[in-house]
Design a protein around this ligand. Structure first.
Ligand SMILES: Cc1cc2nc3c(=O)[nH]c(=O)nc-3n(C[C@H](O)[C@H](O)[C@H](O)COP(=O)(O)OP(=O)(O)OC[C@H]3O[C@@H](n4cnc5c(N)ncnc54)[C@H](O)[C@@H]3O)c2cc1C
Length: 399
């Protein structure tokens, strides 16, 4: 779409940066750019507070980011319980460990997305970003050279054009921005996994993982005495069960067959929500940027939910991107260098977890599975240490 494709009747707004999508990736990027003094407009077609399809454990990487950004108190205030121990049940043994106090983090959280995304959006607004909800973006505007110069959107009042120096696609896996700029996939791995979850009321206080037959299940304690109880398995297995059972009992049926010890842990507990989830979870990286545009969060990088790392990826990459864009907005001639560095760093930090995610999603025998989980814990710990050492949320000296 070019500038001339815009609707004749459209209203026009302007911003330095328009961010499409206002959750983990978009709201965080907007907050950091606004804190650096830039004029940012976030557009999201959803109205908030609203939920999204996702379980929501935060790894130490995500916790470090919330700590560095000064947002941990707000997440605590939302009522998400502090979790201080994690257990893994391999079918024979249960290994339990207390969360170590490292990089300023001595507990983990699993806040509902209604709460977490609201904290991020509030922080973006407090930093000076404008957030417009109920606005669906239809495509990216390009100038005669092909450079992205804004977006075409619509809300309940009709068409809308936003002109901007830079367009950020933080609009999730089925990214309209990525499609509009034809951002190619640069890494594509097999897509075999599915994940289903529901909320149950129960006494669980630890994060629990249960290694099953071709499956990993678990419990993430969250707000109001509820826990998110979930299972990751193969797409084929999840579909088979979906066809057989009633929609709301499919999770407990799956747990009973694949992770019977987890089924025992939750037996008799009240299920307080329908079953939700995703049946095909791509493992892929898209090209991260082009002239006038960039992608962050699931829009640019998606992985199976088995490692529970998407929010961490989004928080890390939001800061990498905001740091790069801060330079680009101040020194436009640095676009190539600064955004190439963003892409390189994103890929460097994403690849080890992506490799382990894909290996875990093949559900190897329990001994190998636990070994991969240990490797994952090491990678997460190293990454949390690296992020904790970053000098400040937006480093103007990156170029
Ligand atoms: C089943 C499942 C379980 C998961 N469990 C975990 C977990 O335990 N821990 C973890 O860290 N990660 C988990 N993830 C991954 C995590 O949910 C994602 O990585 C994360 O939500 C990515 O955030 P995002 O901001 O990039 O995208 P999203 O959260 O998808 O947000 C995109 C936003 O863009 C908006 N949008 C889309 N298109 C348009 C448009 N055209 N115009 C305007 N707005 C638009 C949407 O309304 C939405 O608000 C899980 C994912 C799934 C599917």
């Amino acid at each position: 779409m070019t500038r001339t494709d815009r609707p004749h009747t459209s209203r026009t707004r302007r911003a330095d940066v328009v961010v499409v999508g206002g959750r983990c990736a978009g709201a965080a990027t907007a907050m950091l750019l606004a804190r650096a003094g830039h004029d940012v407009l976030v557009l999201d077609r959803a109205t908030f507070p609203s939920d999204t399809v996702s379980t929501h454990v935060l790894s130490r990487v995500a916790m470090v980011q919330l700590l560095r950004w000064g947002l941990l108190p707000a997440v605590h205030a939302s009522g998400a319980p502090r979790v201080t121990s994690v257990s893994i049940d391999t079918g024979g043994d249960v290994l339990t460990r207390t969360i170590r106090d490292r990089y300023g983090v001595d507990h983990l959280l699993a806040p509902r997305r209604t709460a977490l995304d609201a904290v991020l959006q509030d922080a973006a607004v407090r930093a000076g970003a404008r957030v417009a909800t109920g606005v669906a973006v239809d495509g990216v505007l390009r100038d005669g050279t092909g450079r992205a110069v804004g977006v075409r959107a619509r809300d309940t009042s009709g068409p809308l054009v936003v002109e901007a120096r830079h367009v950020v696609g933080a609009d999730g896996l089925i990214s309209r921005v990525a499609r509009s700029v034809a951002a190619p996939l640069v890494v594509r791995r097999p897509t075999t996994g599915a994940s289903l979850y529901a909320y149950l009321r129960g006494p669980w206080t630890a994060i629990e993982y249960h290694v099953g037959r071709g499956a990993l299940g678990g419990i993430f304690p969250t707000h109001g005495g509820e826990s998110c109880v979930w299972v990751c398995t193969s797409e084929a297995g999840a579909r088979r069960h979906q066809r057989r059972g009633a929609r709301d009992s499919v999770l407990l049926d799956l747990l009973g067959e694949l992770t019977p010890r987890l089924a025992d842990r939750v037996r008799g507990a009240e299920q307080t929500s329908p079953v939700r989830g995703m049946l095909r979870m791509p493992n892929q990286l898209r090209r991260a940027w082009g002239p006038g545009w960039s992608l962050v969060g699931d829009a640019g990088y998606h992985r199976d939910a088995i490692t529970g790392f998407g929010i961490s990826d989004a928080f890390r990459d939001a800061e990498l991107l905001a740091t790069a864009l801060d330079v680009v907005l101040r020194h436009p001639r640095c676009e190539d260098r600064s955004l190439t560095r963003y892409a390189r760093e994103r890929d460097r930090l994403a690849r080890p977890v992506l490799d382990l995610t894909c290996a875990l999603a093949t559900f190897p025998e329990p001994g190998r599975f636990v070994d991969l989980q240990r490797q994952l814990a090491r990678v997460i710990d190293e990454q949390a240490g690296e992020l904790a050492a970053w000098p400040s949320p937006v480093r103007a000296s990156v170029a």
